[in-house]
Design a binder for this molecule. Structure first.
Ligand code: MG
Length: 205
């Protein structure tokens, strides 16, 4: 496994190493079906794990983020990080951090950065995907929209992953959990054991 753990420890983000390792293993398997895609790049922590597997498979990872931060990352909000605030534009800008992570991880020939909203990236999308990792805006409507826009590009055997799935409301927001449940209720996916708060579904034949 060609993943730089020191780089990961030095990269901002909210992904536990156990979850990262699982992402890597799933992407390694999914890469046989097609390229992988993540919604919500932030500073590139999950990108390092998924990208390493894609590099090993000779496929690519599409990584989507407008890089302006989610609602809870804005000034005055609980996840605001002043280092990510660009005083020239007076906006959050995580793209320089993301780009530096890609360079340090040696992933510039593997990761396709899409610097735009998930909705815009999806508008003309036609490529089948081996794995979709949903970790963008965490409000219910956004997660649901990401689920609906991207899951339709998964072939049989493709993985649909949600981050921050919290069955117990005391642990965090409801959006990802509710959409994860909705996806399961449609009967098109096998449910695999979770790793941390990573929900894992596999498309049935
Ligand atoms: Mg997350």
């Amino acid at each position: 496994m060609d993943v730089d753990l020191a780089l990961l420890a030095d990269t901002k983000g909210f992904l536990h190493p156990d979850e990262g390792r699982r992402l890597y293993e799933l992407a390694l398997e999914a890469g046989k079906l097609g390229p992988c895609l993540e919604v919500g790049s932030y500073c590139g922590k999950s990108t390092v794990w998924l990208g390493a597997a894609c590099r090993q498979n000779g496929t690519v990872l599409f990584s989507i983020d407008h890089h302006r931060g989610s609602a809870e990352q804005q000034p005055g909000e609980p996840y605001f990080d002043p280092e990510l605030f660009d005083p020239r534009t007076f906006r959050i800008d995580t793209f320089p951090f993301f780009r530096a992570t890609l360079a340090r991880a040696g992933l510039e020939d593997t990761v396709v950065a899409l610097v735009c909203s998930s909705q815009l990236a999806a508008r003309h999308w036609t490529t089948p995907l081996g794995l979709v990792f949903i970790d963008g805006s965490h409000d219910f409507q956004s997660v649901r929209q990401d689920y609906r826009m991207w899951s339709r590009h998964l072939p049989a055997g493709g993985y649909l992953l949600f981050h921050d799935v919290f069955p117990d409301p005391a642990d965090g927001g409801r959006g990802p959990y509710q959409v994860y449940r909705e996806a399961i209720s449609r009967g098109q996916y096998d449910v695999l054991p979770m790793t941390g708060c990573l929900g894992i579904l596999r498309r049935r034949p």
